[in-house]
Each structure stands twice: as structure tokens, then as C-alpha cells.
Design a protein around this ligand. Structure first.
Ligand code: PGA
Length: 247
């Protein structure tokens, strides 16, 4: 495994002024990180991130991408547009999009493929709800979600990033224990290994209330290759501590 990857997911937060202050504070403290670092912002702010982060050690990305190349899809953002603004990553299949926008496994897989077609790395989110965990369905759910992507992107599977985000841990302050997270990451790694000889190349991130206090133990697990950070990516000091914990 190469360096760990720490990606911030700002969700629907920010403003021109707040973003500038946040990014400048991050850049002032980041130095030369030994982890890869990225920030995923709402689409209107991608141009701002491009100008603030160009030439810095922090990459940037979107929180979604259209499955379509271009055309009559009002409200959608194409991967070509993301490329125009220098995006390196696109989150796809975040549980908030699966839940509030009815995104299916097939749509998420199509979005991942569309991102790959333009050289943008999809960060494919998978994860079970609390009800699914309590019904012992965690493994089946995450495998079904990842299988759709493997099926659609074929040998390009080595180019994706996977993020395991238990829905019950997102924004709740309830983090999966390192053992719970590692167990699911091992399942995902085995599934990737069955699809490619290069499964170790794929970063599998943990997401769900990762913060400055719990990052180090989560990131010490053998199959946790980084983090997808929501709330804590809105505070420069917390985010930088997570980046430092990934060294
Ligand atoms: P959280 O969000 O860190 O605020 O739990 C993670 C995510 O949704 O990506």
C-alpha cells in the first residue's frame, strides 16, 4: 500500500469566506504530509478550491458526478466539468445520496465508471444501516454494493478508492470500533482480491465520526488505508491532526 489517503467531505457546508479561511489555515499547518490529502467541496466552490490549492499538497474533488457524459440532465454536473476545475476525486454513492436521492447500486457503479473514463478517481462509498447491522447483514450489504462496481468497471477496479462508511456512524459521534471497522475492511479487501491481483493498490478508507482522537487507532488497522472525514474536515486543527495520524 502506498501512502494513506485522508479525504475531507465538506457536505453541504461552506461559503466563499469560510472556505478561504479554512483552506488557508490547513495550508498554513500542513507542511509536507506523508499522507495523500484531498478536500471534496460542493460544486460551486470547486473553482475556488482550484485557485486556493493549485500547487499545494492538497488535492480536491467533488461529492458526486453524473453518470451521463453531457446533455439534457438539468442540475447534474459532468465529469468533464469536474476535470475543467482540476478535480482529482469524485465521491460516489455516499449514503446520504443513496438515502435521500434514491441512488441504486447500479447508478453508483455507472457514476464510478463515468469518473474513471475521464481519469477522475471515484471514492465509492459502501456501508450498512443500523438495522442491517443488527440483522447481521453487514457483510452481505457491503459486498453487494461493491460487487456492482466491480461488475461495471472490470479491470479498472484497481483505480478506485473504496470508503467503508457505516451509516449509523456518520455524523452521529458513534464510531465503529477499530475491530469492527477492520473486520469489514478485510471482507472488502478479500472481495477486491478475488477481482484483481492488485487489490493492495486500492485504498479502503474508513468514514463515520473519524476525529482527531480516534484516527490513530483506526488508521493503525492493517486494512484501513485512510479516512473519509465529514464533520472534522470543517475544522482545520482537527483535520490536520487526522492527517498527522496517517503518517
Ligand atoms: P462524519 O461524516 O465524519 O461527519 O461522520 C463522514 C462522511 O459522511 O463522509
Amino acid at each position: 500500500m502506498s501512502n494513506k489517503l485522508i479525504a475531507g467531505n465538506w457536505k453541504m457546508n461552506g461559503s466563499l469566506a469560510a472556505n478561504e479561511a479554512l483552506v488557508k489555515a490547513m495550508l498554513a499547518g500542513i507542511g509536507q504530509p506523508s499522507a495523500e490529502v484531498a478536500l471534496c467541496a460542493p460544486s460551486p466552490y470547486l473553482a475556488q478550491l482550484q485557485s486556493l490549492l493549485q500547487g499545494s499538497p492538497i488535492a480536491w474533488g467533488s461529492q458526486d458526478v453524473s453518470a451521463h457524459e453531457q446533455g439534457a440532465y438539468t442540475g447534474e454536473v459532468s465529469v468533464g466539468m469536474l476535470k475543467d476545475f482540476g478535480c482529482r476525486y469524485a465521491i460516489v454513492g455516499h449514503s446520504e445520496r443513496r438515502q435521500y436521492h434514491g441512488e441504486t447500486d447500479e447508478l453508483v457503479a455507472a457514476k464510478a465508471q463515468r469518473a474513471l473514463s475521464a481519469g477522475v478517481t471515484p471514492i465509492v462509498c459502501v456501508g450498512e444501516t443500523l438495522a442491517e447491522r443488527e440483522a447481521n447483514e453487514t457483510e452481505a450489504v457491503v459486498k453487494r454494493q461493491l460487487a456492482a462496481v466491480i461488475h461495471t468497471v472490470g479491470h479498472c477496479i484497481t483505480e478506485i478508492v473504496v470508503a467503508y462508511e457505516p451509516v449509523w456512524a456518520i455524523g452521529t459521534g458513534k464510531t465503529a470500533t477499530p475491530e469492527q471497522a477492520q473486520a469489514v475492511h478485510a471482507v472488502l479487501r478479500a472481495q477486491l482480491a478475488a477481482a484483481t491481483t492488485n487489490s493492495k493498490r486500492v485504498h479502503i478508507l474508513y468514514g463515520g465520526s473519524m476525529n482527531a482522537a480516534n484516527a490513530a487507532t483506526l488508521l493503525a488497522q492493517p486494512d484501513i488505508d485512510g479516512g473519509l472525514i465529514g464533520g472534522a474536515s470543517l475544522k482545520a486543527a482537527d483535520f490536520l491532526q487526522i492527517v498527522a495520524a496517517a503518517a
